[in-house]
Ligand binder design. Sequence first.
Ligand SMILES: Nc1ncnc2c1ncn2[C@@H]1O[C@H](COP(=O)(O)OP(=O)(O)OP(=O)(O)O)[C@@H](O)[C@H]1O
Ligand SMILES: [Mg+2]
Length: 471
Amino acid sequence: MTQKVLIVDDDPDIALMLSDRIAALGYDTVRAGDGTEALELLQHEEIALVLLDLEMPKMSGMDVLEHLSQRQQLNDATLQTETNSGPRVSAPGLIPPIVVMTAHATVTRAVEAMKCGAYDFLLKPLNIDHLALAMGKAMERESLKQHVEYLRTEVESRYSVIVGRNPKITALTTMAKRAANSDATVLLLGESGTGKELFARSIHQWSPRRKHPFVIINCVALNDTLLENELFGHEKGAYTGASSIQKGKIEIADGGTLFLDEIGDMHQDLQVKLLRFLQDREFHRVGGTRQVHVNIRVIAATNRDLRQAVKTGRFREDLYFRLNVVTFSLPPLRERPDDIQSLAEMFLQRHIREMGKPKMALTPEAKSYMNTYAWPGNIRELDNAISRAVVLGIGPMIGTDQLGLTMLPDYKAPDPAGLSYHDALEWYSCHIIEQTLQRCHGNQTKAADELGLQRSYLARLIKQKNIHFIQ
Ligand SMILES: Nc1ncnc2c1ncn2[C@@H]1O[C@H](COP(=O)(O)OP(=O)(O)OP(=O)(O)O)[C@@H](O)[C@H]1O
Ligand SMILES: [Mg+2]
């Protein structure tokens, strides 16, 4: 479809001349003789770009810009209250990029117009090459903006729905929505796969910061130096190979939310630096001295028992108190069995759609097996089981075997209450190994490293204690 340019000028000769030139560049054109007419046209026509004269008798270009900027704020506020906004397209009523023109140009006017949302500023009489360049740039930026917005909604839609009617989950969702409206630091606790990242993303989505970045930093995936660099960025020459300034994720998240995943695994030295940042909201890049100030909301998550980590000295108490402002503990799936079927159905439909498979359903046996299964890997394990069944399934029905779940008769739900001292020690030992294996996706070398054990000793323990790990 040919893109349409709206030319707003009270001088009909200039408007006609511009219209001819712009048509020659391959666009459709539509004309308005004053601001009021322009606003009317913007409501009903699909306009790709506006060329706006600033000096007009009836309603000036500045008035149009101010009116549109207010309308944009209103649109944003409406979007914020909707949980599922579709991708933005240049439909009637939406505000296209605006290039302003004036014969009485001053720098102050240019700045004013840009502040009100104009994309560029051109001097009259117009040079057609400058005009073509400005229009091309404005449209390219708009198309990139829409592309980014589309990709963002794609990612968000995967995380947009919190499925579950279990009272624990509905209560947590209500509280999380309330917390989203504040800037309070949120700490998400829960076993692996219980939905901590989903909650973090949802809180960001429900918050007034939703238009700004949601930046994840995984505190376990990187070594200490890399993590510091990733968080705070570095100045040019901070170390060999640092050939230019690099912003850290804290800076990238400015205006939005920083999600510190696996915070319980952060090294002590970095805990001190993070604490300092959380106190002052200021930091300096690695190798620099200039203080950088940012406005971010912090959400942290861990599957570790942080209080225990504080007791054993692995986690700083002051940092724990700084993070532990609004805390949500996400229940494991086995504590919300009433949600298993609806989650399974949601994953089933999603995977069928994504893999382009024909309709499939779970057999009654598979469903009842799922209800009694312990789900040590929680919702992620359920997602993986359904995904596997959809990939491998050949008929319309998914039976128990296709789920690939192995019931562990000796699976120990994490509740050592009531055990004797020795049994509780044994239970904790198994639990720690299972949890570490889960975090390391079954990689024994990595797990041994994390636990500070020899790989061969860990393998012996796994065998002796009859520990099973299902990924
Ligand atoms: N209530 C829910 N409704 C729908 N999907 C969910 C729900 N909870 C979790 N999920 C899905 O389950 C998967 C695992 O969730 P998520 O990654 O948020 O868990 P996590 O607690 O961060 O896990 P880990 O500690 O291993 O990083 C994701 O695909 C997520 O979208
Ligand atoms: Mg996670």
